[in-house]
Design a protein around this ligand. Structure first.
Ligand code: OTD
Ligand code: ZN
Ligand code: ZN
Length: 344
């Protein structure tokens, strides 16, 4: 049996790095495993312009510990009043890699998001022209749609019509959680792909309620039924070039998670590769892990593949209940053992 696996260094195509002290606390975990990451813009206030993104990128690089290498790939948060010219300039100058669609109210700090897709149609047309990637939080926000159905309804009401109207637009359907999304992405053109998180490969919605309410299993989009988890696992490990790694690591201080109105988000950055590779092993697909983690993403984004490597060993990791530091962060898999370890 293989005892170690060495692959090209992966990238994280969907990540929340936060700002200030939290940024300093969490960035080293990502930089240790990944060469680059698509950095989400849902700060308070959000990163909406090229200038905001350039300033945020500088803060990330300033927070990177001496001797670590990491390239943040910046995104702009779309609003009803986004200036297409500013986005295009940001893309042309290499500041902005992508723009992010948050339906207003869909997730953490999305209140300034887009209230109606019609409001950004001009921006999307410009993005399609210049080949700029649209990252999508794909859930409707209507209170009358059941929370477990919001992704499937978004496909019918928003995503399918947008892609029909702009067939050239490059779209990453972020953190997909349903079989419906898998089928949609598989059936769409080569310009439509998806990221998949470790938690949606490991847990179904029972985990949120097992033995009591478990705030550390709560994120958005919320985990779905087992049949959906199995569809995600088949898609992630099945060799499709349209599926790639995006952790959606979203840290919140422990007190903000363990609260009467706990924040959504799972902090999976510290053991992200160990978590993903365990899934590939369980699915008998270790030979497909490198494409998912390190090749499909850069190819979709039109970026070079990383040249250096990382090694994972079958020695196992005991994940601590909590990571020390002022924010007391609880990692995904807290208190569990994962069969792999990150050897650098
Ligand atoms: N989901 N939490 C957050 C973002 C994501 O929708 C997401 O991308 C967050 O805290 O920023 C979460 O549950
Ligand atoms: Zn999201
Ligand atoms: Zn996210």
């Amino acid at each position: 049996m293989t005892e170690t696996i060495t692959i090209r260094r992966p990238d994280d195509w969907h990540l929340h790095l936060r700002d200030g002290a939290m940024l300093e606390a969490v960035l080293p975990y990502t930089a240790r495993q990944f060469a680059r990451a698509i950095v989400m813009p849902n700060l308070a206030p959000p990163v909406t312009t090229m200038a905001d993104a350039a300033a945020y990128r500088d803060r990330i690089l300033a927070a990177l510990p001496e001797g670590m290498h990491f390239t943040p790939l910046m995104t702009a948060y779309l609003t009803d009043t986004t200036d297409a010219g500013d986005l295009a300039r940001g893309h042309g100058e290499g500041v902005l890699t992508a723009a992010k669609l948050y339906p207003a109210g869909a997730t953490t700090n999305s209140a300034s998001g887009v209230t109606d897709i019609a409001n950004i149609m001009g921006v999307l047309e410009r993005m399609a022209e210049i080949g700029m990637v649209l990252c999508v939080h794909g859930e409707v926000t209507d209170g009358d749609i059941d929370i477990f159905d919001r992704e499937a309804v978004f496909i019918d009401r928003v995503l399918a019509p947008v892609i029909e109207r702009l067939p050239e637009l490059k779209v990453v359907y972020e953190h997909i959680t349903t079989r419906d999304a898998v089928q949609f992405v598989e059936g769409a053109g080569p310009n439509v792909a998806a990221t998949i998180t470790p938690q949606h490969l490991h847990i179904n919605r029972n985990a949120i309620f097992a033995g009591g309410i478990n705030p550390h299993a709560y994120c958005l989009p919320v985990a779905k039924r087992e049949e959906h988890r199995l569809a995600l696992r088949a898609f992630a490990t099945g060799g499709s070039a349209k599926a790639f790694l995006g952790t959606d690591s979203a840290p919140h201080a422990r007190h903000a998670k363990e609260s009467a109105c706990g924040c959504a988000g799972i902090f999976n950055a510290p053991y992200a590769l160990e978590s993903y590779i365990a899934v590939f092993e369980e699915e008998g697909a270790l030979d497909r892990f490198e494409a998912f983690a390190s090749e499909n993403g850069p190819r979709f984004y039109g970026l070079p593949l990383n040249e250096d490597t990382v090694t994972l060993a079958r020695s196992g990791t005991d994940v601590p209940e909590r990571l020390d530091g002022e924010h007391e962060l609880t990692p995904f898999h807290a208190g569990q053992r994962i069969g792999w370890s990150f050897a650098g």
